[in-house]
Ligand binder design. Structure first.
Ligand SMILES: [Zn+2]
Length: 1157
């Protein structure tokens, strides 16, 4: 039973993984290349050398007090000409390698904790036997309220236990029973979401009757045909006379297929009886002759276009068949239901998002196709009504209304959280919040065969330092004393709520590897009659899903507590940077920004020290020691062998050196005002920062502001190798690969030192993001790009990004390991990090916005009883220099029925994973291969569902699992994205940039990035705080007389229709006519009227939700910029050849049918 998790016997990263034969994968993350030397430092958590006390650190070289080669100090003399004010050369003081007395370093455990919780305050009343809490219980007692209590768990169980699926199913069943009567009761909140834009064809028309008139015939005449073509989709189910139109959703769960997950806490009532009322005869779903098409019309391989020829329409199915004897459901329909299972595509649109009042979706019940029927002879070929296919807007709205009002309590294993688009509060009762971890599925197949069969990737998207909303509690800091956190002897898992105490509390059995470990005497506590420790609720590590441990010196490099980190600002002062005003802007901003460096808890000032470098072809270091009257510059022109010419005075405390720093920042723009130097170096800049941190023996972050391709003679020099002709060739992948391995090696050195690199790029032409970004990417840094930077229009965006980047929470010198219970293990990782072995994710810096996606594979059988556990442990140095471990635990269910898997998936997370997987794939395979593999995998996922979980029905029907009904639309967005299918206007750098960004995105970010949010501004209620209801991303939803906002996390477009009322234009833009609106605006004018205020507040509200400042672009209808805007209307066909949603759905259907046949 005891499998040691650590002994990973699985394939190394580079190996092809079973599920993804489609294309080969480069080494994980595309990062470390083969041949990379072994680990920088041993796993902190295993029996690996690095952090174990007695063993000398392996990859870390003790930093030398002074750079060994640093002696040639005299180099600096050439500076004087540049900086008249500065004293010439300074000799680097040989003495100081030691970091300045670090104020916060190796803090005694007292005051650092997270703002509200001193790390001692964890317990309320520590049992005497539980020794180690050294902190005064003073500050914030760990209130029972925040810990799970038996009572609350019970309630939790009730509220959340039932997977949404079951509920929905119930409702569907109910609906089926009560056709006609119930529907009117509760108008869907979502309705607003997409009222048809006025000028748009009344899409809704065809559904208007859904409420009570369940039988609305869908006639071709209703609803003007959308432009695209897919008529005659075989998808459709032939209408059956007399059938309730209902339902957009059919329960996924076919009775008999999915036994209620035993562990999830599904109330009996929520499960539809598997057998039951015979289904109404009307339910049958075979296509009517002539109506359904045999195959998806969109047959082109890339399904770009072409409507199926009407000929294909003939349905393979001869006629209606009664449909499988399904069970009905009984019981009164619950008033509201979470969206649920099973979704069948019907040609007649009966399952599109119904807009009208239709809460109960009269009629659908498992397996029954009851769709709006169309009595009589089939109408002429008609295209698939876009309203009849699954709508992201509807799904989002449904989830908001169903799950947004109650807190999400994490006490129950395997609960699927609300969608990322829903606002909800999390209460930690033993599992990590979905803000920290989201999974592709919360119910894992018990066997690897099942997992392979389904092709559903098992992955977790982890954001270890996620920012929490104010109403949620930050992880408590726990101190287990000098001996460090209590851990399993064998697998080294940390104490957590799932550990089982035995033998009266003297030992505990590991929930990950089953090994039994003695409880250290200071940690002993008695058990109650249920076997639970009596201090259960007093200890975060026993009752909560997320918490932190104070790390001991054993967890530190070189067995030494770390110094506080440093920030080094490195500014390109070449001609372009100076001329554009950038240098002056940066210097001005830094003068104030350095007062806002991250602070820990209630510390009065930041412990972070700062340093400054400028560069073009040579580097200039500045001595800003507080005792100096003026800053001093030292130039290093020998960039081939970088060293830091000074130590004392380079990294300083802001408060102490404030005046010298201010003087420096005032002088820099003047010093270089007349520069003629256009060439830059790049790698030496990073090397310089790295050397400075090494010398100071600390971790830190470099903020590099860079403008051009580094062509000056120096290590890491690059050439312009951009070549758009490579697109769609086998060599396209080279555009994403770095042009030299130099940066990979440099990145490795940076990671070893905890030197994180944030890069701000201001290119006017190609500067090879794919190569320049390597170090940023592998050190866990962030990259920002402002192409054609112009002060007037771009400065606010840049400054906002810079401020946020400097101020945000970040952990340094981080190592993350994910442990799993026996049966599965982490096999693959995606994100901005470096790996020197197969288990430890190393990040020089990890900030609150970064996510790491981890994929799991089976290495044994899982059991439904025990489920599966994950424990993510992140060891890092806080901004004050405290070494900590942040632990996140999550328990998942395991299933023996595929239907359970499909009912507990989360499509947004799945897309996050699939996009990252594909974006890594382009490093090693032709883009088309990557796209095809993606389509194939999703088709297999859906085909497996169809084959094993859906009720028998005609092959002409596309049946989607309720939880995955948006998979096709979102997948199409990924396929059409700039990385996988670039339009002509997308540059190579844009693609490399996007590829890197997406790799670290969390689920909410990928969600809006791939399917942007489109809001009708003219529908906004000026008196309310709420956003107008979003509409679907298609041109046909836009009205010429409205103004819309579209955001994707990087850009905000404001689109103005040609017929917008003059008064609205006046109110928003301050001009009197459409033609006078300037599309050069980068912000909306501040005007004193309610519409202007409302729109600006919406823009602000959206900005706050994003980790980057979005670029505002005004687009006038029929203006040339509109092409750019239309690129983001992702349900439409794209200029670059991407399929429309409707066409893609047809294509997917065809793929699925092929797999099934
Ligand atoms: Zn263990």
């Amino acid at each position: 039973m005891s499998v040691n998790q650590q002994a990973h016997t699985g394939p190394p990263y580079g190996q092809p993984q079973p599920g993804y034969q489609g294309y080969q994968q480069p080494a994980y993350g595309g990062q470390p290349l083969p041949g990379v030397p072994q680990s920088q430092y041993g796993a902190y958590n295993g029996p690996m050398p690095g952090y174990q006390q007695p063993v000398p650190p392996q990859g870390y070289f003790p930093s030398l007090g002074f750079p060994s080669k640093g002696s040639p100090v005299s180099l600096n003399s050439d500076t004087s000409s540049l900086a008249p004010n500065f004293i010439g050369s300074l000799r680097a003081p040989p003495t100081s390698g030691a970091p300045p007395p670090a104020s916060g370093a190796s803090l005694p455990s007292g005051h650092l904790a997270y703002s509200q919780f001193g790390h001692g305050d964890v317990q309320n009343g520590i049992p005497t036997s539980a020794a180690p809490m050294q902190r005064p219980p003073a500050s914030q007692p760990f209130l029972p309220g925040s810990a799970p209590t038996p009572v609350s768990q019970t309630s939790t169980f009730q509220q959340y236990g039932p997977p949404p699926a079951s509920v929905q199913q119930l409702s569907n069943h109910m609906a089926g029973m009560t056709i006609g009567s119930t529907t009117a009761s509760a108008p869907p909140p979502a309705g607003l979401g997409y009222g048809p834009p006025t000028s748009v064809p009344p899409v809704s028309g065809s559904f208007s009757t859904t409420g009570s008139g369940l039988y609305t015939p869908y006639t071709a005449s209703q609803g003007p045909p959308p432009t695209s073509v897919s008529q005659g989709l075989p998808l459709a189910q032939p209408p059956f006379p007399g059938q309730p139109i209902s339902t957009q959703r059919l329960p996924t769960q076919v009775p008999g297929f999915a036994p209620p997950p035993s562990s999830t806490g599904i109330g009996p009532s929520s499960y539809p009886p598997t057998t039951g009322a015979p289904r109404p005869p009307t339910m049958s779903g075979p296509p009517l002759p002539g109506q359904t098409a045999a195959g998806p019309p969109a047959s082109q391989p890339n399904h770009v276009s072409s409507p199926p020829p009407p000929a294909t329409m003939a349905g393979p199915h001869p006629g209606p068949h009664p449909g499988p004897p399904m069970s009905g459901l009984h019981g009164p329909p619950p008033p509201t239901h979470p969206p649920q299972p099973g979704y069948q595509m019907q040609q007649n649109g009966s399952f599109g998002q119904v807009r009208g009042p239709q809460p109960n979706y009269g009629g659908a019940y498992p397996g029954t196709p009851n769709y709006g029927s169309q009595p009589g002879p089939p109408p002429p070929p008609k295209r698939l009504d876009p309203d009849s296919i699954p709508s992201p807007i509807q799904v989002i709205e449904d989830d908001r209304s169903n799950r947004g009002s109650e807190p999400f309590v994490t006490g129950v294993r395997g609960q699927v959280p609300p969608l990322v688009t829903t606002n909800f509060v999390v209460k930690d009762q033993g599992n990590a919040s979905p803000r920290y971890i989201r999974c592709t599925s919360y119910n894992i197949p018990c066997t690897s065969d099942m997992a392979k069969q389904s092709q559903v990737p098992l992955a977790a998207v982890i954001k270890p330092l996620a920012t929490l909303p104010p109403e949620e509690t930050l992880p408590y800091l726990v101190d287990h004393g000098e001996s460090g956190p209590v851990r399993c002897n064998r697998c080294k898992a940390y104490m957590c709520p799932f550990m089982q105490f035995i033998e009266g509390g003297r030992r505990f059995q590991c929930c990950f590897c089953s090994c039994v470990t003695e409880v250290p005497p200071h940690y002993f506590q008695h058990l109650d009659h249920t076997g639970k420790r009596v201090d259960f609720y007093d200890r975060p590590e026993l009752s909560l899903g997320s918490y932190e441990f104070l790390a001991t010196v054993d967890y530190c490099k070189n067995n030494k507590f770390p110094s506080p980190p440093a920030f080094i600002f490195m500014i390109d002062v070449s001609y372009n940077a100076v001329k554009s005003g950038l240098v002056r802007l940066i210097c001005e901003e830094l003068k104030s920004l350095i007062d806002f460096l991250p602070r820990e808890g209630n510390m009065e000032e930041s412990a972070i020290r700062v340093g400054f470098v400028t560069y073009n072809k040579v580097l200039h270091f500045y001595n800003v020691k507080s005792s100096l009257a003026q800053p001093q510059m030292m130039v290093v022109s020998d960039v081939a062998d970088m060293f830091v010419p000074l130590l004392d005075g380079f990294l300083v405390n802001v408060n102490e050196s404030r005046t010298v720093i201010a003087s420096l920042l005032d002088q820099i723009p003047e010093m270089f005002a007349d520069t003629r130097e256009t060439e830059t170096v790049f790698a030496p800049v990073i090397q310089a920062g790295l050397e400075a941190l090494k010398a100071a023996e600390c971790a830190g972050k470099l903020f590099i502001f860079h403008t051009s391709l580094p062509i000056a003679e120096a290590p890491g020099k690059l050439k312009n190798r951009d070549d758009k002709k490579l697109i769609n060739t086998d060599k396209e992948k080279t555009l994403f690969q770095p042009q030299t391995s130099f940066y990979n090696n440099l990145a490795k050195d940076c990671v070893a030192q905890g030197c994180c690199v944030d890069l701000f790029l201001f290119p006017n032409q190609y500067l090879d993001v794919a190569t320049l970004g390597v170090v940023t990417y592998q050190t866990g840094g962030s990259i920002y790009k402002y192409a054609y930077f112009q002060l007037e229009t771009d400065q606010d965006r840049f400054l906002n990004d810079l401020r946020r980047d400097v101020q945000k929470e970040v952990g340094f010198d981080a190592v993350m390991r994910v442990r799993t219970s026996t049966g599965i293990r982490a096999t693959d990782f995606f994100g901005a990090f470096y790996m020197s072995n197969t288990t430890d994710v190393e990040m020089a810096g990890l900030d609150c916005d970064k996510t790491i996606t981890v994929e799991f594979k089976h290495d044994d059988k899982l059991s439904e009883d025990s489920g599966a556990l994950l424990q993510c442990a992140l060891l890092y140095t806080s901004c004050a220099g405290q070494r900590r471990l942040r632990i996140h635990n999550l328990s998942l269910n395991c299933c023996t029925q595929l239907a359970d898997l499909y009912r507990n998936c989360e499509t947004d997370t799945l897309i996050n994973y699939l996009a990252k997987h594909a974006y890594r794939g382009v490093l090693g395979s032709p883009v088309k291969t990557v796209r095809d593999a993606l389509i194939n995998q999703c088709a297999q996922i859906l085909a497996c569902y169809r084959k094993n979980c859906a009720s028998p029905s005609s092959a002409g029907q596309l049946i989607l699992p309720e939880c995955m009904k948006l998979l096709p639309v979102y997948l199409n967005c990924v396929l059409k994205s700039d990385v996988l299918q670039p339009g002509p206007e997308v540059t190579t750098d844009d693609r490399a940039y996007i590829r890197q960004l997406v790799t670290s995105m969390d689920v909410a970010e990928t969600n809006v990035f791939f399917y942007p949010r489109l809001l009708p501004l003219t529908k906004a209620e000026v008196d309310s705080d709420s956003l107008p209801a979003a509409i679907r991303n298609s041109e046909e939803r836009l009205s010429k007389s409205d103004i819309y906002l579209l955001e994707n996390g990087l850009n905000i477009f404001v689109w103005v229709g040609v017929n917008v009322q003059q008064s609205l234009i006046q109110n928003l833009f301050g001009v009197s006519s459409f033609s006078q609106i300037s599309n050069a605006l980068s912000t909306l004018p501040v005007l004193e009227n309610s519409f202007s205020k409302k729109v600006r507040s919406i823009v602000d509200m959206l900005q706050v939700q994003r980790s980057r400042n979005m670029k505002l672009i005004i687009v006038k209808q029929e203006d040339k910029l509109e092409m750019l805007f239309k690129h983001f209307l992702v349900e439409d066909k794209s200029l670059s050849g991407g399929a429309s949603y409707v066409d893609f759905l047809c294509h997917m259907h065809k793929e699925i049918r092929q797999l099934l046949s």
